[in-house]
Each structure stands twice: as structure tokens, then as C-alpha cells.
Write a protein that binds this ligand. Structure first.
Ligand code: TTP
Ligand code: MG
Length: 367
């Protein structure tokens, strides 16, 4: 019998209330006050981050600033300074690379590190995680939370378990006890839509999921069923993939007023297709997948995506796909607040070493 491979040592690092923390570091007089990084509350902009004081009022990322102000009238609103966040992000990534080059950036403030073998020749991933956190704080004055586990998904859930400034270590023999009680919404990749579908099937926790057979899950969730089946057993063999390319190129807009008619939406999508296609093309890439994102006036966010066998080789082709996707939404009957498209699944022409940027559709959970 083949010996089972030794468990890997994965660290997932995630900065605490990242944008807000950077602003509070630079403006200490604001500490202790509820704060949102986002546009003006009288505009239609959205909160990118809320500090913990603001979260106590129910404010969260993705919420409109107007709503945030209704929940907490004395909340402060600070405009985002992306260049500054990017600089901090580069600094923390430089620290990660002092430990290993097996670093996978997920967004500006989040990365996976495979430290099974590492540049410090340190056997304890826990010790390394502690050192990385300390080093990030020394370099940036910001706290990070870290999760240590033998798989990506458990490390990610663990980094969230003791926020802020937390460290959570889940040893291989503890994985099942750690994940079984979790609500399925904690599983990376499960968003509101899939969660609702799971709830309807009576699946609330990972333990409930574990009870279901593979054919059952595949029947209800297609390919994603396999992922769910494995996750419920603590299995996740995805490797840490260093210097991942940008996940998607996208453009989106929150409209000045909600759009009810399809005509102006199509016009907007045509413009978007042109813009996004050009951006991708300039980098010598073509995409197979087009994703359309639509937020209705009641903030329900949906995405529709299509993947072809061959690449979309012109902006018109991208636009054609976007139109077909729009037909699968309720646009035209329900008012639309925001729309956008993203291209992904690239032709691997050039794999430049570049840091992944925050995926544009981070908050979209495809259904
Ligand atoms: P997160 O790591 O999801 O959140 P956070 O760092 O603000 O808070 P936590 O302590 O819970 O980790 O996102 C990192 C940054 O990405 C966040 O500071 C702002 C940005 N962001 C958005 O712009 N829009 C979003 O919808 C989300 C979720 C994040
Ligand atoms: Mg974070």
C-alpha cells in the first residue's frame, strides 16, 4: 500500500479590516469611532470596509453608504486611497516571500503560503505564522489574522476564526471536529444563492453536508457537488499556486439612477465590452469566459457566466455574449442599479510575474 503523503503546511494570512485599518493607522485621532471607507453617504457609492465599531451597527462591505449612514448617523466616511493600499500590499507580499515563494495572492490583503518547505528551515508553521504576523506589524503598523492548516480551505476558515489579530491552528487530526459544526456559508465558494439552495435541502452545517451522497450533491449542484462532497470530508487538494495571474478583467458601474429599460443597459454593456476587451488585449491575452454582473435596485446581486471552447477574439464577440447573458436576467422588468462585465479564463500567452489584484467581482457568488 502506498504511504499517504505527509500533510502540507499552509498559512492563510488576511489583514484585519484592511482599508479601514490603513486609514486609522494614518489618522489615529479617528480611532474608536465608527468608520467606513467608501464614498460620500449622499452619493450612490458603496462601503468597501467598515471598522469593527461600525460593524456593531450592522454596517458591512458592499452596503450602500446611504444605508450605512441610516444605521449609524455619526459614522465617518473616508474616501478610499487604493494606491496606498497597494503599497501596503506590496510590503506584506515582500514579507511573505522572505518565507517562501509558494505564495498565492487572493486579493490585496489576503494570501496563501505553502510553508511545508520554507526559506527559514522552520518545521513549525505555527511559529512561522506568528513571526509573519509580527513582521507585518513591525513593517506596516497593521495587524493580520492567520490560519494554519494542511489545506487551503481550512486555513482560510481558520484565519477568520479569531479575528482580529488572531492565529488559529487546525491540525490534520482536528479538521473534522473543526469543520463539522460550521454553517455551510463559511465554506469558500458558497455564497448567498448556494447557501439558500442548501438550506432548502435541509443542509445547514458541514456535518449535514457530510451526510449527503456524492450522486445527491452532483444532482443538485453539478460539478460543484464534487467540491462540496470533498470539503465535507476535509479534502482539498488544491495546491498553492504562486503568482497567479489576474483572475479577471472587468468594468462595472453603479448608475446615477436605476435603469429600467434594456436599451441603455445594452449600450452600457457595449461600451464595457470594448473597454475590458482592450485592457486584456493590451496584455496579449484572450478570454474564454464572460461574466455579467447585475445588481437590482433592491441590492440583490446576481451573476451569469458563459464559457466557450474558443476565445472571444473581438469586443463584438464579448458584447454578443454579454447580450445573451443579459437575456438570462430580469433586466428590462426589474430596475438595475449596477451592471458590469468581466473576462476570465485566459489564453496562457504570457505568464507575467505580477501580483494578483483583488478580483473585481470579489463579492459576486455565481449561481
Ligand atoms: P476583507 O478581507 O474581506 O475584509 P477586511 O479586511 O476589511 O475585514 P476583515 O477583518 O473581516 O478581514 O477585504 C479586504 C479589503 O478588500 C477590504 O478592506 C476592502 C476591500 N473590499 C471591497 O472593496 N469590497 C468588498 O465587498 C469586500 C468584501 C472587500
Ligand atoms: Mg481582510
Amino acid at each position: 500500500m502506498a504511504a499517504s503523503p505527509k500533510p502540507r503546511k499552509i498559512i492563510h494570512v488576511d489583514m484585519d479590516m484592511f482599508y479601514a485599518a490603513v486609514e486609522l493607522r494614518d489618522r489615529p485621532e479617528l480611532r474608536g469611532k465608527p468608520l467606513v471607507v467608501g464614498g460620500r453617504p449622499d452619493s450612490r457609492s458603496v462601503a468597501t470596509t467598515a471598522n469593527y465599531e461600525a460593524r456593531k451597527f450592522g454596517i458591512h462591505s458592499g452596503m450602500s453608504c446611504a444605508m450605512a449612514r441610516r444605521l449609524c448617523p455619526h459614522c465617518l466616511f473616508i474616501p478610499p486611497d487604493f494606491r496606498k493600499y497597494r503599497r501596503v500590499s506590496e510590503r506584506i507580499h515582500a514579507i511573505f516571500h522572505e518565507y517562501t515563494d509558494l505564495v498565492e495572492s487572493v486579493s490585496l490583503d489576503e494570501a496563501y503560503l505553502d510553508v511545508t518547505r520554507n526559506k527559514k528551515n522552520e518545521a513549525s508553521a505555527t511559529r512561522l505564522a506568528r513571526e509573519i504576523k509580527r513582521s507585518i506589524f513591525a513593517a506596516t503598523g497593521l495587524t493580520a489574522s492567520a490560519g494554519v492548516a494542511s489545506t487551503l480551505f481550512v486555513a482560510k476558515i481558520a484565519s477568520d476564526a479569531r479575528k482580529p489579530n488572531g492565529l488559529c491552528v487546525v491540525r490534520p487530526e482536528q479538521v473534522m471536529d473543526f469543520i463539522r459544526p460550521l454553517p455551510v456559508l463559511k465554506i469558500p465558494g458558497i455564497g448567498r444563492v448556494t447557501n439558500a439552495r442548501l438550506q432548502r435541502l435541509g443542509i445547514r452545517t458541514v456535518a449535514d453536508l457530510e451526510q449527503r451522497s456524492l450522486p445527491f450533491l452532483e444532482e443538485h449542484f453539478g460539478k460543484f457537488g464534487r467540491y462540496l462532497f470533498d470539503i465535507a470530508r476535509g479534502i482539498d487538494e488544491r495546491p498553492v499556486t504562486p503568482w497567479r495571474e489576474r483572475l479577471s478583467y472587468g468594468a462595472e458601474e453603479t448608475f446615477a439612477s436605476d435603469i429600467v429599460k434594456k436599451g441603455p443597459l445594452l449600450e452600457f454593456l457595449r461600451e464595457c465590452s470594448q473597454r475590458v476587451f482592450s485592457e486584456l488585449h493590451e496584455e496579449g491575452k484572450l478570454a474564454r469566459t464572460v461574466t455579467l454582473k447585475v445588481k437590482y435596485s433592491d441590492f440583490q446581486l446576481i451573476s451569469r457566466r458563459c464559457t466557450r471552447d474558443n476565445f472571444h477574439s473581438s469586443p463584438e464577440e464579448v458584447y454578443g455574449a454579454a447580450c445573451a447573458l443579459l437575456a438570462r436576467t430580469e433586466a428590462g422588468t426589474r430596475p438595475v442599479r449596477l451592471a458590469g462585465i468581466a473576462l476570465s479564463n485566459f489564453e496562457p500567452v504570457r505568464r507575467e510575474k505580477e501580483m494578483a489584484v483583488a478580483p473585481l467581482f470579489k463579492e459576486v457568488k455565481s449561481d
